[in-house]
Design a binder for this molecule. Structure first.
Ligand code: UD1
Length: 421
């Protein structure tokens, strides 16, 4: 558990790690190519270690040196992804596209991940079917193979009913080695999609339009080795900017891509803070009087659902009445009860949270319910009077590299009482 003594001002500079969601998908993407692949700026997280285990179970040989992974996927069995690991990590399911494209066959358990909603995979499956795959689900396992006498997936025109991040990634990976051209309409536009496309292009894939709602992939026969750095984590960066805001502290958040943070910065400014560029990859948070604002989560470039919980902590101590509407996941307000325990005044109706700002939160024992909720409770603890104890750290360790050490570096009084997983 984490013990946090609140109301300590922060100061100084923090370096943001590589993006978890990007690194996980690039690791899946490495399966596309039999040649060696080196990924740098990979954060050291429980989710990354799980993905290493999953790729290893498929036959990959991976060596990790600091934040660099050397991945050799020459000998792979695409049908032996282990249920107990895949069920804990939704992103590992996204390997279905790469495995099917390279081997023409795949067997992979249905995914798991944070308990923030049903999170089905029908958009992934429909897209693969449009590319000529035969897919059936039996006893929780998805079986897919390329149909008929074709040896490769076939390029297709695919319209996604919803701009799903994972489905867009699965289909981009599948299409890189397909025969002919694939057009994904209503594609997700998140920076992690662009990172995946850049990574695949660096291996020789032909992809246009990543970062817009139409991605066009011209299939190639094979890909080659690559040495590629993962982009920085916009959600970790956003979390630290909120840490500055909620503690009324001027801090610098570095190794970031400011364009990826536009919706987060806009809301911090609406709340009364300023965010200024110190250099092309450093942002300074200048605190201000916190006031209420409304937030609706949306696919990128809308406000990220992965920052919703952290902003709820901030709005809990912002003067006035705020409304948060969660539109991406149906069950992502479970942190409300824990924030209420700390004195927040929040009412929930459906996917709306109505927040009446209070002058101060009070420290309390709280339980993390999912990854981003755990970050929200840490932020609330930094702002609260007295001591907060956050339990359920297995969630936090899935997605934040050295959060407490980085916060301590900024002057926070925070310590972990038990051992990391
Ligand atoms: C990714 C991120 C996650 C982030 C989310 C939204 C990774 C590893 N995770 O998750 O941190 O919160 O994007 O930005 O990158 N859906 C369907 N059918 C499908 C696929 C998705 O109904 O086949 C629904 C989901 O249930 C959810 C919504 O679409 O309600 C968004 O999901 P999606 O964009 O796919 O998120 P993930 O890729 O799972």
């Amino acid at each position: 558990m984490l013990e946090i003594w609140g109301r300590n001002p922060l100061q100084g500079k923090v370096e943001i790690s590589g993006a978890k969601n990007s690194a996980l998908v690039l690791m899946a993407g490495s399966l596309l190519c039999p040649e060696d692949c080196r990924l740098s700026n990979v954060p050291d997280l429980v989710d990354i270690r799980r993905m290493i285990q999953i790729l290893t179970a498929l036959g990959a040989k991976i060596s990790k040196t600091g934040n660099t992974l050397d991945i050799n996927v020459r000998e792979i069995n695409p049908t032996q992804a282990p249920y107990d690991l895949v069920s804990q990590l939704r992103a590992s399911f996204f390997a279905i596209g790469a495995l099917l494209a390279r081997f023409g066959v795949v067997r992979i358990p249905l995914p798991g991940g944070c308990a923030i909603g049903a999170r089905p995979v029908e958009l992934h499956v429909k897209g693969l079917q449009a590319m000529g795959a035969k897919v059936f689900i039996d006893s929780g396992i998805v079986h897919a193979h390329v149909q008929g006498n074709k040896s490769r997936l076939q390029g297709a025109k695919i319209y996604l009913d919803y701009p799903s991040v994972g489905a867009t990634e699965t289909l981009i990976m599948a299409a890189t080695l397909a025969e002919g051209e694939t057009i994904i309409e209503n594609a997700a536009q998140e920076p992690e999609i662009v990172d995946l496309a850049n990574f695949c292009c660096a291996m020789g894939a032909k992809i246009r339009g990543a970062g817009t709602n139409q991605v066009i992939i011209s299939g190639v026969e094979s890909l080659h080795s690559v040495d590629y750095p993962v982009i920085s984590d916009r959600i970790e960066a956003g979390t630290f900017l909120v840490a500055g805001a909620i503690t009324h502290s001027e801090i610098s958040v570095c190794s970031v891509v400011p364009e990826h943070l536009v919706p987060v910065i806009a809301k911090l400014e609406a709340i009364g803070c300023q965010v200024v560029a110190e250099s092309n990859n450093c942002l300074k948070l200048i605190p201000g009087e916190l006031k209420a604002t409304d937030i609706e989560t949306l696919p990128y470039p809308g406000f990220p659902t992965d920052m919703q919980a952290q902003f709820m902590a901030l709005l809990s101590v912002s003067e006035g009445h705020s409304l948060i509407t969660e539109t991406v996941f149906e069950n992502r307000l479970r942190h409300v009860a824990e924030l209420q325990r700390m004195g927040a005044n929040i009412r929930v109706k459906g996917n709306h949270a109505m927040i009446q700002g209070v002058p101060a939160l009070s420290g309390a024992p709280v339980m993390a319910t999912d990854l981003r909720a755990s970050a929200a409770l840490v932020l609330a603890g930094l702002a609260a009077q007295g001591k907060t104890i956050v339990r359920g750290l297995h969630h936090l360790d899935r997605g934040y590299e050295n959060l407490e050490a980085k916060l301590r570096g900024l002057g926070a009084k925070i310590q972990r009482i038990n051992q990391k997983i």
